[in-house]
Ligand binder design. Structure first.
Ligand code: DHB
Ligand code: MG
Length: 222
C-alpha cells in the first residue's frame, strides 16, 4: 500500500466529512508563516478530537503542547459556552500565533494559552488542585510524555479521557533498541499506562496526510 493512497483517502475523508473552513486554513497559514514545524493534526484528526470531547460532554479540557492552536480550535469548539480549555505552550511566539488563531475562531473567551515549560505549568496546576479535567490531549515534546501523563492523571477523575499523540512514530514504537528519545518517551508512556491500575488504555495506528503514526487513548477508571 502506497503512502499516496493513504493521502488520497485522507483527502477523500476530509472532503466528505470535514470540509475546509477559512478559519482552519488561516490558522495553518499563520503557523507556516511563523515557521512552525508541520506537526499540527490533520482535519479528520481535529474532528476526531472534537468528537471525543463531545462524547464525554467535556466542560474542562487540558492540552499539553499548543503549537499554533490548531488542535485547540478543534477542542475548543466542542466545548459548551461555559466550558474551558487550558493549553500549555513553551514558546511565547507560538502562543501569540495560537491566541490569534483562537481569536479568529471565536474562542478567545473559552481558551487560555499558558506559556512556560509544560512540566512546570502542570506541577503548579496540580498544586492548585483545580476541578478535574474531562479530557486531556498530550501533544508536546515526546521525551516528557510520562511526566505529562502522570500530571494529567493527577488532574483527572474517573471517566476522564487522556489522549497522547504520535506514539507510533512511523513504526519505530516496535523497535525496542531505538535510541530516539521521542520513541523512548512514547514507549515509556505506554508502559506507564500499562502498569497504571487507574487507566484502561490502547493505541490506534493511523495513516494519511500525517504519514504513519498513532495515538494512545486512555480512560481513567478510578
Ligand atoms: C512530532 C510531534 C508531533 O506533535 C506530531 O504531530 C508529529 C511529529 C515530532 O516531534 O516528531
Ligand atoms: Mg502531534
Amino acid at each position: 500500500m502506497l503512502a499516496s493512497t493513504w493521502n488520497d483517502v485522507d483527502t477523500t475523508i476530509a472532503d466528505l466529512l470535514v470540509p475546509d473552513e477559512d478559519v482552519l486554513s488561516a490558522a495553518l497559514d499563520a503557523c507556516r508563516t511563523a515557521g512552525m514545524p508541520p506537526h499540527h493534526i490533520s482535519r479528520p484528526q481535529g474532528k476526531m478530537l472534537s468528537l471525543f470531547a463531545e462524547m464525554v460532554s467535556a466542560k474542562r479540557i487540558l492540552e499539553v503542547g499548543t503549537l499554533g492552536g490548531y488542535s485547540a480550535i478543534w477542542l475548543g469548539r466542542a466545548l459548551p459556552p461555559d466550558g474551558v480549555l487550558l493549553t500549555l505552550e513553551i514558546n511565547e511566539r507560538h502562543a501569540e500565533v495560537a491566541r490569534e488563531n483562537l481569536s479568529r475562531a471565536g474562542l478567545e473567551g473559552r481558551v487560555e494559552v499558558r506559556v512556560g515549560e509544560a512540566a512546570k505549568s502542570l506541577e503548579a496546576l496540580v498544586a492548585e488542585a483545580p476541578a478535574p479535567f474531562d479530557l486531556v490531549f498530550i501533544d508536546a515534546d515526546k521525551p516528557n510524555n510520562v511526566t505529562y501523563f502522570t500530571h494529567a492523571l493527577a488532574l483527572s477523575r474517573p471517566g476522564t479521557v487522556i489522549l497522547v499523540d504520535n506514539v507510533v512514530r512511523n513504526g519505530a514504537l516496535a523497535d525496542r533498541d531505538s535510541t530516539d528519545p521521542s520513541v523512548i518517551g512514547s514507549r515509556a508512556v505506554l508502559e506507564a499506562m500499562a502498569k497504571e491500575p487507574r487507566v484502561h488504555a490502547t493505541v490506534i495506528q493511523t495513516v494519511g496526510e500525517k504519514g504513519y503514526d498513532g495515538f494512545a487513548l486512555a480512560r481513567v477508571v478510578s
